[in-house]
Design a protein around this ligand. Structure first.
Ligand SMILES: *[C@@H]1O[C@H](CO)[C@@H](O)[C@H](O)[C@H]1NC(C)=O
Ligand SMILES: *[C@@H]1O[C@H](CO)[C@@H](O)[C@H](O)[C@H]1NC(C)=O
Ligand SMILES: *[C@@H]1O[C@H](CO)[C@@H](O)[C@H](O)[C@H]1NC(C)=O
Ligand SMILES: *[C@@H]1O[C@H](CO)[C@@H](O)[C@H](O)[C@H]1NC(C)=O
Ligand SMILES: *[C@@H]1O[C@H](CO)[C@@H](O)[C@H](O)[C@H]1NC(C)=O
Ligand SMILES: *[C@@H]1O[C@H](CO)[C@@H](O)[C@H](O)[C@H]1NC(C)=O
Ligand SMILES: *[C@@H]1O[C@H](CO)[C@@H](O)[C@H](O)[C@H]1NC(C)=O
Ligand SMILES: *[C@@H]1O[C@H](CO)[C@@H](O)[C@H](O)[C@H]1NC(C)=O
Length: 814
């Protein structure tokens, strides 16, 4: 009896032990096929230590049955849900409804679908097949292949937060959310610029146009680039610094940091534009406290002619104890959108000049006085010396004046909208902000007009006044209005906001006038290249009031068949195609026969001049470039919303950036040309001897495989550093593709890389690359692999089989 009982207890213990084990065994891994559904009890994917979790985080009240959820990574053990990563998206609110599902797939990694099954977000996997997901204890969610190589991770795709162990390379950045609880893109950016400076700046929404920085680390050295920064580090002990090329550091974290073993650390670009590093005790409750933050005074440091400042337009910014801004509408103004506390304010009355000139409606308005307040950049008049009474009277008599600012003997009149408003004891100025007195006002404090009339009569006169008078006052006024409107219109017109076809897609392409580009290129002075589509000139454009950037302006030299709609549509498609191995389109010009495209300017020229120059570039660099081109092409073929076939892949169309990363240019242009004139394109492209797939000469369909062919030729050129067609090499060797196949077949690859010791030492890799090329240049397009397969072969994810003779049916026998 007793022993049976003991045995039972023993069994129970064992059961508990296994249960415990099952829980403790969590190693953070997530198998392919796993799903999570928003609003159900499916538990999130938790890291082994339990510190971090990946899953849906409910954004509104938990009892709300409609419910919005955010797919995110958050701290799993602390009461305040603190999100460190989310599915940030420029064009779309990342909040998804209950019933949305995320799935870990082998080919696309994480895929988030809404309850109707429509994809709303996915991780971008360039190459490879996902075998496993891992929620790491560092807070990084990693997708890895079966050989454990990293295919995607949240650390290299940050949203608004960095964690210890995470770093940020040049041209990467963080974007703020809209508010504490709204995760749509906000206005602020934290970026490591290409030149090595770390900056905070405001971006105009929705164009993304960056205004002047309000914080700059100063880690750009124009005289000695080895002093410039290239990476922002947040090391495991919780220190942030910028690494310079000479491996020295620029410290961002100032002061001592509490130990990472006992505290969580994070650094976040807050929704209000302040970047701060915080810590939180791991055990016990507490709150997030800041270690350091930038900028010093956001109310003051965001200034400049354009943009609203730290707060919205017509708002006043004050700094709290944590260097965070608070925004408030002045008296007589209220929020444009109730839910956006940091947004713009609108006047509760009309500051209208209608029906009268100087001093006309003067008695309808009065002022609220605001101490230590200023709107320093919306002035339109300045009087000095002046006293306070004169200042107020002048503003009152001026129907354009919204605020009078009075300092020492100085008076500024300020117009709407008010920007960069701030209140601070150091301001030393008073603001008198106009408001409209009640509709049924007390006797006005200012003298009435000479012939006082009742309101009704005055209104009638308003209506007739303009007709009867036709006076110079009215004409002047009309001209001022026209001018203001015109200016506004011109300024607005510089940015196209939407796609003619689809109102929901937005681009940040700039629309240039021909004249602007003429000036930008100094009347098309410096030619930097010639392609199948036109001549390219170097130019410089103004990006903000005080900064400029170099651009490449391509003047398209063909007359396009169909009207502007197609041109614009295609340009918009190109403008929406972003990948780190593609040259980025910044804008365009479309004026009659003048059609130009404006691209970013890349400093290191074309792959052609790089490969075929006097010095053979290093083997490593060359293979990297080949991989990058493959990735860029894969993106064009498979990952764009509509497939883009390049049609003209050749070393002249591959550009190199400052760090010798390959960037494909001229993509999307073939489409532009083929609008009803495929013949023209064939002749245009046929000019590019040596890279052209045989189907161009036959009457067969042109598919993405033409690019695979050209890539194969290009790859051989990269391997051998010689041109695809070079008659000076002698007849036997003139055609690179033939010669390469001969070398391969006869086991004489050394000939192909002759004198290149690096390649000789890596002959196994060289052989693999040659085999891949031979697959690509198969005459039969159906034998050629897809760019996906090519990338996988290059990266070693799949084996490369022995390739057949690329042109088995051609006349020459060997
Ligand atoms: C993680 O745990 C799962 C089962 O819980 C197991 O299949 C997998 O092999 C483990 N992985 C590692 C790396 O330990
Ligand atoms: C949800 O619960 C909170 C209190 O916990 C209550 O204030 C709120 O009204 C509830 N909302 C709904 C939609 O039931
Ligand atoms: C997870 O983080 C640890 C450090 O805590 C690191 O050593 C490991 O490589 C990471 N695992 C993955 C899959 O990134
Ligand atoms: C968040 O902000 C966006 C953009 O202003 C707005 O469209 C959306 O309704 C907001 N979402 C929530 C949940 O408030
Ligand atoms: C650039 O700075 C490094 C030290 O950071 C120095 O060693 C090097 O000589 C400098 N180069 C030039 C061209 O001044
Ligand atoms: C992080 O940086 C700090 C300050 O530079 C240094 O003291 C610390 O040893 C570093 N920690 C790690 C893990 O590298
Ligand atoms: C939270 O932080 C404030 C300072 O911001 C501090 O005064 C307070 O004691 C902290 N609360 C807890 C529970 O630690
Ligand atoms: C930011 O504002 C503070 C306080 O007004 C000022 O001391 C500092 O120089 C400003 N910094 C920049 C970069 O403008």
């Amino acid at each position: 009896m007793a022993s049976a009982k003991l045995y039972f207890i023993f069994l129970l213990y064992q059961l508990l032990y296994y249960l415990h084990l099952a829980i403790a065994q969590n190693n953070g891994t997530v198998p392919v096929g796993a799903t999570l559904t928003a609003g159900t009890n499916s538990s999130p994917w938790v890291s082994p230590s339990g510190d971090f979790a990946f899953g849906f985080h409910q954004l509104d009240e938990e009892n709300n049955s409609n419910g919005l959820f955010l797919l995110s990574i958050f701290y799993n053990k602390i009461p305040e849900k603190t999100v460190v990563w989310y599915t940030d998206n420029k064009d779309q609110n990342p909040a998804v409804p209950r019933g949305s599902q995320v799935k870990l797939t082998a080919d696309r990694g994480l895929v988030l679908n809404d309850p109707q099954g429509k994809q709303v977000w996915s991780s971008k996997i360039d190459i490879g097949t996902v075998a496993i997901g891992v929620m790491n204890d560092t807070g990084n969610f990693v997708l890895a292949s079966s050989s454990s190589s990293k295919l995607w991770d949240s650390f290299t795709n940050p949203s608004d937060t960095l964690l210890p162990g995470q770093m940020m390379e040049t041209e990467q950045g963080l974007f703020s959310r809209k508010s504490d609880t709204n995760f749509s893109r906000g206005r602020f950016q934290f970026r490591l610029l290409e030149d090595g400076d770390l900056v905070l700046n405001v971006a105009n929404l929705p164009t993304d146009f960056a205004y002047d920085a309000y914080y700059t680390s100063g880690t750009y050295d124009s005289t000695n680039s080895s002093n410039s920064g290239y990476r922002v580090m947040f090391n495991e002990s919780g220190y942030m610094y910028i690494l310079r090329r000479n491996s020295q550091r620029f410290d961002l974290t100032t002061g001592r940091v509490v130990p990472a073993a006992d505290f969580y650390h994070r650094a976040t670009l807050n929704f209000d534009g302040v970047f701060a590093q915080y810590f939180y005790p791991k055990n016990g409750n507490g709150n997030w406290s800041a270690v350091w933050s930038q900028p010093e005074n956001i109310c003051d440091n965001i200034s400049g002619e354009f943009g609203s400042g730290a707060c919205g337009f017509n708002s006043i910014c004050t700094l709290d104890g944590d260097r965070r801004p608070m925004c408030e509408c002045p008296k007589g103004y209220s929020l444009l959108d109730e839910n956006e506390k940091y947004g713009s304010c609108k006047a509760d009355f009309e500051l209208s000049c209608n029906g009268g000139g100087q001093g006309y409606n003067k008695e309808l308005f009065d002022f609220h006085e605001l101490k230590d307040t200023d709107w320093p950049s919306s002035d339109y008049e300045h009087f000095s010396p002046y006293d306070e009474v004169q200042c107020k009277n002048t503003c009152l008599s001026d129907c354009f004046c919204a605020v009078a600012i009075f300092g020492i003997e100085s008076c500024w009149l300020v117009k709407l909208p008010l920007n960069n408003g701030r209140a601070d004891s150091s301001v030393n100025r008073k603001a008198f902000i106009k408001y409209k007195k009640d509709d049924d006002p007390d006797p006005p404090s200012v003298p009435r007009p000479p012939d006082p009339e009742d309101k009704k009569k005055r209104k009638m006169m308003n209506a007739t006044g303009s007709v009867l008078l036709g006076s110079s006052v009215f004409v002047n006024f009309a001209m001022v209005c026209a001018f203001v409107l015109g200016f506004f219109f011109i300024y607005k017109k510089k940015w196209i906001r939407n796609n003619p076809g689809d109102a929901t897609i937005e681009t940040n392409l700039r629309c240039f006038s021909y004249k602007e580009l003429e000036e930008a290129t100094d009347n098309f002075e410096e030619e930097v290249g010639r392609g199948s589509f036109g001549i390219v000139y170097k130019g410089v454009i103004q990006t903000t009031r005080t900064s400029t950037t170099a651009v490449a302006v391509k003047k398209l030299d063909r007359v396009f068949q169909d009207g502007e709609k197609e041109f614009k549509n295609e340009v918009v498609v190109i403008g929406q195609t972003h990948h780190k191995n593609l040259v980025r389109l910044l804008g365009f010009c479309d004026e009659g026969q003048n059609r130009l495209l404006v691209y970013e300017f890349l400093n290191n020229g074309t792959l052609a001049s790089f490969l075929f120059g006097n010095l053979k570039p290093s083997w490593n660099l060359r293979t990297n470039i080949a991989f990058q081109i493959a990735r860029g092409l894969l993106y064009l073929h498979e990952d764009c919303s509509a497939q883009i076939i390049h049609c003209d892949i050749k070393p002249q169309n591959i550009l190199l950036d400052d760090y010798y990363n390959a960037r494909i240019s001229d993509f999307g242009l073939a489409k532009l040309l083929t609008l009803n004139q495929s013949k023209a394109i064939k002749t245009a492209i046929r000019g590019t001897k040596g890279y052209v797939a045989p189907e161009w000469f036959r009457n067969s369909t042109i598919t993405a495989k033409v690019d695979v062919y050209s890539f194969g030729v290009l790859l051989l050129e990269i391997i051998s550093c010689r041109k695809s067609f070079d008659i000076e090499m002698g007849e036997e060797y003139a055609i690179l593709t033939d010669w390469a196949f001969d070398c391969y077949r006869n086991g004489k690859l050394d000939d192909l890389v002759e004198g290149d010791t690096e390649a000789m030492n890596d002959i196994k890799c060289a052989e693999k690359l040659v085999m891949v090329s031979i697959w690509c240049i198969q005459e039969d397009p159906s034998l050629r692999p897809t760019m996906r397969k090519v990338s996988q072969m290059l990266e070693g994810v799949v084996e490369v089989d022995v390739p057949p003779n690329p042109s088995p049916f051609s006349g020459y026998m060997r």
